[in-house]
Design a protein around this ligand. Structure first.
Ligand code: HPA
Ligand code: ZN
Length: 324
């Protein structure tokens, strides 16, 4: 059996995927035509050639500009439908999917339009793959905008499993949103947040997220390796780290794979995820495969990572058992 076949068959949960980051060039072109949006690139090859980034900011510029084609409920439906099909084909049994409401409401698209399209796709795919939504605040937007977003989510709170924090981390520490996370917890949401790799203030931000805001998971977060007290704490509290190797590969030469191995063997619950698969050249199995082929992760290690993905998910204990 090939390593890829082994990986695809391994039941996995995906805990770190931005639905807007699953917008493939093909769908981008189709939606641009349907909605009368003029794209700067006309062909799939030209679009792919424009995907050049070497840090978080340069990625985010491409990521946000691509969203201009997402306008109608049907667009969000198709976006999620395609992701769920791809994820299911790669052995994802359960996905906790990020979406960025403010990236759309700031363009005049209603919260309702976005979430209704996503929820319809999730409901339709239910027999193949189970999924939930996690709403992210854009950390480079204002606190007031985050507050409005929490308010706009209220009618749908039963269909949103948790809240996260993403976008440009520089000068936008976790503490900026402390009250929003408090409020989110009070409203029954699970919590996670991005602590992107190798940021100027990575360790300080991780400390705020874990010690002050007390999030349940960290997205990326591999810089905990720089502070052994943080490693011990994450281990003791069984905090999941949702790591994204191919995404890391754009900003760091070794995808943080050696650090992942170290954390895994230290008993930290890391999982492997695709982040923005349409932009980083690969879905979840491609991420597992990169670790196996380039960094000699063994089948046992991959199995442990896949187990961690369910353990650190927000499924109920009973649901977890059905997958493990
Ligand atoms: N980091 C921050 N913001 C993001 C990311 C990420 O990995 N993906 C999409 N928005
Ligand atoms: Zn991310």
């Amino acid at each position: 059996q090939s390593t890829l076949a082994f990986i695809k068959e391994l039941p996995k949960a995906e805990l770190h995927v931005h639905i807007e980051g699953t917008l493939e060039p093909e769908l981008k072109i189709k939606l641009a035509q349907r909605n009368g949006v003029e794209l700067p690139q006309k062909t799939i090859a030209q679009i792919k050639a424009s995907y050049q980034f070497n840090d978080l900011a340069s990625f985010l510029a491409v990521y946000y500009s691509g969203m201009s084609v997402l306008q109608k409920e049907e667009d969000f439906y198709e976006l999620a439908k395609e992701y769920l099909q791809r994820a299911s084909a790669q052995g994802v049994r359960y996905a906790e999917i990020f979406f960025d409401p403010q990236a759309h409401t700031s363009r005049g698209i209603s919260f309702e339009t976005v979430i209704k399209g996503l929820l319809r796709a999730i409901a339709e795919a239910k027999a193949e793959i189970q999924a939930d939504l996690v709403m992210c605040f854009l950390r480079d937007f204002s606190k007031e905008s985050a507050r409005q977003t929490l308010l706009a989510a209220r009618p749908f709170s039963a269909q949103i499993l948790g809240v996260g924090l993403d976008s440009d981390e520089h000068h936008n520490p976790p503490l900026k949103f402390m009250t929003h996370f408090e409020e989110a917890v009070a409203q029954g949401y699970h919590t996670t947040m991005h602590c992107d790799i190798d940021q100027i203030d990575s360790v300080a931000h991780i400390k705020q997220a874990l010690e002050v805001i007390e999030v349940e998971r960290l997205d990326h977060g591999t810089n905990i390796i720089e502070d052994l007290d943080l490693v011990a704490m994450v281990k003791a509290k069984q905090i999941g780290l949702t790591v994204c190797p191919l995404s890391n590969g754009f900003v760091c030469p070794d995808m943080k794979a050696p650090v992942m191995k170290e954390l895994l063997h230290a008993g930290v619950k890391i999982s492997v995820n695709s982040d923005d698969p349409a932009y980083f050249n690969g879905y979840i199995a491609d991420n597992y495969l990169a670790l196996a082929q380039k960094y000699n992760f063994t089948k046992d290690e991959l199995v442990q990572i896949a187990k961690n993905s369910f353990t650190t998910s927000w499924l109920t204990a009973q649901q977890k058992e059905s997958f493990l």
